[in-house]
Design a protein around this ligand. Structure first.
Ligand code: TRP
Ligand code: SF4
Length: 353
């Protein structure tokens, strides 16, 4: 990122640091981020504070998890020469903005956020009745607005958070923006994510235990494919199947080339191929995608300092941008650090002249 890139729109996105990433994370976000790097000025954040909102009880792996996520990002092709890659908690100004936003955010806005209600209902093994968990999207708003991001690439589930960010920006601007607006309203950019099933046919998700990790070695990828569920109508080898209702068919649609897709479609519907063969082709496509990533990852694994240095350098660049915004915010709220004598004192000085 050089100064000549200033005309490009700015992107910010992030992921909670919850350990190793899987193919669903890649298809649903990361692959898109990698593509965006050339068109936008990108900031990518490892959201370790956001991970704490649910996993606050045991912080022993916080740093390790952040590093894991960053390694997967670098392996997948996020490039520190193009993008600012950083750790949220290394930019403390996010916390200051979060605090100020918390003053102007009505409780009702937060209680209405769909992810809040869902998670409160679904996650029963942790007490999520905390102040921090309710404030999750306020922190996310601070993440986005502190960089004045124009575009936030996210999945469907995060759109409500970006909407809340817009409302907070609007409210801040109308309360304090006497000299013009401080924050632009960001747009969410929905990732055009094809559905990627996990090995059990449900959506690929860490909590279902049905994932294929970006770090899975070839034999494990092949093994996982072998056990993947298929079109239930294809009981025997001689039964025709339908790739459109088969999870393996979905994998092909995302990762295989045209020629393979045609072979699968024809062979499955005519019972000309067996599922074992079909799955080995799907595994081939995955191995082809993952091998170069794992190669790239290796250099960082051998020297983790390298990745940490990238994160530190990124965080430093992020801190510089964030500091500028915080200065404007303080100015707008009449809380700048400059010495300005109170009105009465200033008048007194005038009279004495
Ligand atoms: N909440 C996002 C998620 O769970 C992660 C995140 C944190 C984020 N801060 C962000 C996403 C800022 C976009 C912008 O996926
Ligand atoms: Fe699925 Fe392939 Fe078997 Fe058809 S041949 S049911 S697409 S695994």
């Amino acid at each position: 990122m050089t100064t000549s890139t200033n005309l490009r729109k700015r992107v910010l996105s992030g992921m909670r640091s919850t350990g190793k990433l899987h193919l669903g994370n890649y298809v649903g976000a990361l692959a898109n981020w990698v593509r965006m790097q050339d068109e936008y000025e990108c900031f990518f954040e490892v959201a370790d504070w956001h991970a704490l909102t649910t996993d606050y009880a045991d912080t022993s792996r916080v740093k390790e998890n952040s590093l894991e996520v960053a390694l997967d990002w670098l392996a997948a092709g996020l490039d520190p020469e193009k993008s600012v890659i950083f750790i949220q908690s290394h930019v403390p100004a996010h916390a200051e903005l979060h605090l100020l936003f918390s003053m102007i955010t009505p409780l009702g806005w937060l209680e209405r956020v769909p992810t809040y209600k869902e998670q409160r209902e679904n996650i029963k093994d942790k007490d999520l009745g905390t102040y921090g968990f309710l404030g999750y999207p306020v922190l996310q708003s601070a993440d986005i607005l502190i960089y004045k991001a124009n575009v936030v690439p996210v999945g469907e589930d995060q759109v409500a958070h970006v909407e809340l960010t817009r409302e907070i920006a609007r409210r801040f601007n109308s309360l304090y923006g006497q000299r013009g607006e401080v924050f632009p309203e960001p747009q969410s950019l929905l990732t055009p994510a094809p559905k990627l099933p996990g090995t059990d046919g449900r959506k690929m998700s860490k909590s279902y235990g049905n994932t294929i990790l970006l770090t899975d070695p070839e034999p494990l990828v092949r093994q996982k494919l072998k056990t993947m569920v298929t079109d239930p109508a294809r009981v025997r080898r001689s039964d025709p199947g339908n790739p459109d209702v088969c999870p393996v068919g979905d994998v092909h649609k995302i990762f295989s080339d045209r020629a393979t897709l045609d072979k699968v479609d024809e062979g499955c519907r005519s019972a000309g191929i067996g599922c074992i063969e079909c799955k080995s082709w799907a595994a081939n496509a995955l191995v082809q995608l993952l091998t170069p990533m794992q190669e790239r990852r290796k250099q960082f694994e051998e020297n983790p300092r390298l990745a940490w240095d990238i994160l530190e350098a990124g965080s430093q660049r992020a801190r510089a941008v964030a500091a500028k915004t915080i200065a404007e915010v303080r100015q707008a709220m009449g809380m700048s650090l400059d010495y300005e004598p109170p009105e009465s004192v200033a008048q007194g000085t005038d009279a004495a002249k």
